[in-house]
Design a protein around this ligand. Structure first.
Ligand code: G3H
Ligand code: ZN
Length: 283
């Protein structure tokens, strides 16, 4: 069934686990994610970035996920990841997404808060939830130094003000992770998460989780992290699946025989992440 993030994250917050928010760009990634969540009997957030939307098509992604959500017994939310404009959020709302995100993390505080508030005012009357972002989770391509990453971390007092001003359902916080890391070596600033949690009571969201150690993620969940975004680890699994299939049979031309392996690899990673997040059995 289709639900929104607010519903899933409230249950996660109370149950002290986190819901995986897995990025997908194509049919097989979506199928792998849903199959992994089904096998673990876990709620799941299927999220599409603007890049995924321009690659696959907004209505195509929505049609696939909404149809799967209708058929499956696990709760599924369809979420816009890193919506960079108000207009993108409007389009996703219209396409049937159950959850939105305005990412104004590169904007001045007031502008970020003002646009996020507008998205909330549009979404809430029709039961759609909204994630905001304060502080900035950079990407590996930004090649930031540790000091530069630290300068972008979320300030607890600002998080409190932002939450009050906007009415968001969940807040993405910068607490030491970096997008698109290929190895799990980063540790989160647990103390900062604790301080943010003292300042606000809405669910916290982790971006850039592919590079964070499992132990650090588990600690952060105990401090109130409820939604964990995973993209790079799934992309790696998907492409490695293709490579494995083609290595085993270099003259294979049936895409199903190649992408089917990718789909299984995605499913395995999703299952493993769900167990780390503790959402298995929570559907
Ligand atoms: O919004 C998507 C995520 O933050 C994914 O980050 O690619 O580092 O796993 P990741
Ligand atoms: Zn992200």
């Amino acid at each position: 069934m289709l639900v929104n993030n607010a519903f899933l994250l409230k249950r996660a917050f109370e149950g002290k686990y986190a819901v995986g928010a897995f990025n997908a760009n194509n049919l097989e990634q979506i199928q792998g994610i849903i199959a992994g969540a089904e096998e673990e009997n876990s709620p799941v957030i299927l999220q599409a970035s603007q890049g995924a939307i321009s690659y696959a098509g907004l209505d195509v992604i929505a049609a696939i996920v909404l149809n799967i959500a209708k058929e499956t017994n696990i709760p599924v939310s369809l979420h816009l990841d890193h919506g960079m404009s108000f207009e993108q959020n409007v389009k996703c709302l219209r396409a049937g997404f159950s959850s939105l995100m305005f990412d104004g993390s590169t904007l001045p505080f007031e502008e970020n808060a003002a646009i996020t508030k507008k998205v909330v005012e549009m979404a809430h009357p029709v039961g759609v939830s909204v994630e905001g972002e304060l502080g900035r989770v950079a990407g590996t391509e930004n090649k930031l130094t540790i000091d530069e990453i630290n300068a972008l971390l979320t300030q607890p007092d600002q998080a409190a003000e932002f939450t009050k001003l906007t009415g968001v359902d969940a807040l993405a916080v910068a607490v030491g992770s970096v997008h698109r890391m290929r190895t799990q070596v980063a540790n989160l600033d647990i103390n900062r998460i604790r301080e943010i949690r003292k300042a606000i009571s809405i669910p916290l969201v982790l971006h850039g989780s592919s590079g964070v150690t499992d132990d650090s993620i588990k600690m952060a969940i105990r401090e109130g992290l409820c939604k964990i975004n995973v993209a790079t680890a799934l992309n790696m699994a998907f492409t490695q699946g293709m490579a494995t299939a083609l290595r085993a049979k270099p003259d294979e031309i049936d895409p199903r025989k190649i992408l089917g392996v990718s789909r299984d690899e995605v499913k395995k990673v999703v299952k493993q992440k769900i167990r780390v997040f503790g959402s298995n059995g929570k559907a």
